[in-house]
Design a protein around this ligand. Sequence first.
Ligand code: UDP
Ligand code: UDP
Length: 441
Amino acid sequence: MATDKQTTKKILMLPWLAHGHITPFFELAKRLSKSFQIYLCSSPINLQAINPTLARDHSIELISLHLPSLPDLPAHMHTTKGIPLHLEPTLVKAFDMAAHGFELLLDRLAPDLVVSDLFQPWAVRSASSRNVPVVSFVVTGVAVLARLVHGFWNNGQEFPFPEVDLSEHWVSKSSVRKVCDEVGHDWAMRFFECMRMSCDVALVNTSPEFEGKYIEFLASSLKKKVLPIAPLIPQIEPNNEKSEILEWLDRKTPKSTVYVSFGSEYYLTKQDREELAHGLHQSGVNFIWVIRFPKGQNLTIQEALPRDFLTQIEGKGLILNEWVPQLKILNHSSIGGFVCHCGWNSVVESMVFGVPIVALPMQLDQPYHAKVVECAGVCVEAKRDGEGNVKREEIVKAIKEVMFEKSGEALRGKAREIGEALRKREEGNIDEVVDEFCKLC
Ligand code: UDP
Ligand code: UDP
């Protein structure tokens, strides 16, 4: 365990530029701040995702890393809610160009340890060249990484891929295929370079409860000690402010409602949105649906939905186009299921609150995450058709399986069991990280 002596050791943390990354980094920072002096650096816009009062309460110093202003940097980078879409090539370029600023920061702070995300090898290189050890922190599930390692590195020869064959799942989604073909190789190379240059300890925001064999696979193939440290989710702050959403949920019966949301960056097409609308209505459950539109699409909720839909669902459905308190919603007793894209944070949050998932994965790692939770017995995927389109019948079928009768009870029971196991791990996980970090610095 850490002693007071360690609180003088400095740790500099650098997450990738996305909401889904900065949140777990900040949660880890809060937990480590009892034992170390923590500095968290990111672009000014990304730092807006962090509550400065909480950072101050934990004595975490937030440091702005300025990105060069490139002429074609997307406009949404300049909005207040605009945590940018992280695969935007110009953003990647801009972040890579922040390398010099990061070096100046390393020289000014002289940290004892750097904790870095997976897609900025320049950060690992700069720290290593100054003899500062770097620990890689994977904020997503690791089945997808096991697949990358298996596919790109070992060529299937040296290490057998864990039992569950995800390859079919991976290639069956045309959108996934496309993105993988277009950017997968570059992302994989970034990941491998970071892993190769960083320390023998890596942190992963997952848990043996659902990714045990992938954690083991990564540890043996990367030859690292891989520490699973999920869950890293914020504490729900009690407040007495009135909330339309929570009051609406208060009026519903226990486990009668599904929460429908696709994270901070993804949007449904018009056609998929309409299918989902019909599916939700036909399933007969209550629902809270957070609809989001890409920047520049100035639609109203009414315009975005089938004719008369809002009248038909009155009292049964609450549809919002805003940032909602997801944790408080998942924690509400009226929620019985979560229709989501399987962004990793959403998956972990759902598990912590014992809420089974109806998966509608969209791209990248999401189909993997969906498969992982399905294998863990806490998720039913609403299958798309051959063209990758959402089908209302499949939505109805999946929601009914999750919300009703025996199948729903089994899924909920398993989700509750995983949630309890995750909560029990919380403290021990961090003690282990602190011990490992003390050995490194
Ligand atoms: N990834 C992938 N193929 C790609 C791009 C990314 O398998 O073409 C993997 C990447 O290795 C990482 C995961 O997808 O493990 C998540 O990447 P990202 O940071 O983009 O995800 P998100 O913020 O959506 O969780
Ligand atoms: N989130 C939220 N309110 C919203 C939408 C999202 O609090 O209206 C949070 C959610 O709780 C999660 C994160 O944003 O922590 C989304 O991360 P995830 O990995 O699920 O998806 P991504 O946005 O990276 O695709």
